[in-house]
Design a protein around this ligand. Sequence first.
Ligand code: NAI
Length: 340
Amino acid sequence: MVFYYVTNNFMKIAFFSTKPYDKLFFEQENSAYGFQFNFFETHLGPHIVNAIEDEKVVCAFVNDKLNRQVIEVLAQKGVELIALRCAGFNNVDLEAAKEFGIQVCRVPAYSPEAVAEHTMAMLLTLNRKTHKAYNRVREQNFALNGLLGFNLHQKKIGIIGTGKIGKAFIKIALGFGAEIIAYDLYPDQQLTTQGVNYKSLDELFKESDIISLHCPLTSENHYLINSESLGKMKDGVTIINTSRGNLINTQDVIKALKERKIGLLGIDVYEQEEKLFFKDLSTTIIEDETIQLLMSYPNVLVTAHQAFFTTEALTEISQRTLRSISDLSTKGITDAEVML
Ligand code: NAI
C-alpha cells in the first residue's frame, strides 16, 4: 500500500508508549515536516487500539504489542504504516501486517555506540562495584571489603551478534585489552583482521569469561541462555544482556546464580519488562516476584531498557522515523522498511 498524501500537514500520527522525552525530541524534529501528532501515554495493545481515529500512521516502541488482533483493527481504522521508533521488530506480527496491507518501518541504526557504551557501563559497574562504593562513601564507610573486582585486560569476552552494536562494543572492549571471541550467523571478515576470533556457539560458551548478547531476538534463539547453555559456561561467568529479554530464560539464570555458576549478571532487558519498564512504580507493590528476586541479588544489575537513552540516539530516532514516514508518504518508499 502506498500513501496518497501530497503534503505532510494532513498526515496524522498516533504515538504510543509516549514519554515526555519522546514528545520533546519528536516535536523538535517536526518543524521540518509539519505532521500532526496525537500522543498516547499507554502502550499499544487491544485495550486502546480503538482510540485511533483518522491517523494513518502509528508510531510504536519496543513494548507495544502489534499482534494480529491489533493489526487487524489498525487496518480497519485505515492505518497504513507502523513506524517503529526502535531497531528491533520482534513485537510486530509482520505476516499479519503484510496480509492487512500495512507497511512497517523502523530505525535500523541509531547510535549503536549508545547501547555499546551502556553495555560497558553495566560491565564496569558490576565488576568494579562503583554503585556500592558511591553509597558507602556517602556514609563515611571507606573500607574496600566486598568491592574486589577483576581486570578486563586479557579477559575473554564472548560477543553473540556482531552487527552494529556488537561491533561498537568490540571496539570498546579491544580498547580495554580484552580478547574477543565472537559468534554470528554471518561472521564479518573485517573483524577477524582486527583480532576477533569467530568460534562456534559452544566454544564461545566454554571459553568466555564474559558473555555479551548483541543479536536480535528470533524464533531460533529464544531462551538462548538456558540451563543447557549455562552448563557449558565457565564457573563464575559474567553475562550482560542489552539485547532482548527473551534471549534469557530467567528462571534458569536464577538457578545458575544460586549455584554460583553465574558470577555477575547485568540485564537492561527482561522477558516480562512490558509490565515494569519505562514506568515509575516506586509507590506500588510489584507483583513480579522474579524481578524482585533478581534485584535482591548483590551481583545482579538491572537497568530498565535504558541502553539507547542518549541525546544523540533520541535525536537520530526522531529524525529517522519522521524521514521514513515522509519518504513513504511522498515517494512510497523508504530504506527503513521492514520486509518479510
Ligand atoms: P544488527 O542487525 O546490526 O546486528 C545483529 C547481528 O546479529 C547481525 O550481525 C546478525 O547476523 C546477528 N544475528 C542474528 N541472529 C543471530 C543469532 N541467532 N545468533 C547470532 N547472531 C545473530 O543489530 P544491532 O543494531 O546491532 O542491534 C542488535 C540488537 O540490540 C537489536 O536486535 C535489539 O534487540 C537490541 N537493541 C537494544 C537496545 C537497548 O536499548 N537495550 C537498543 C537497540 C537495539
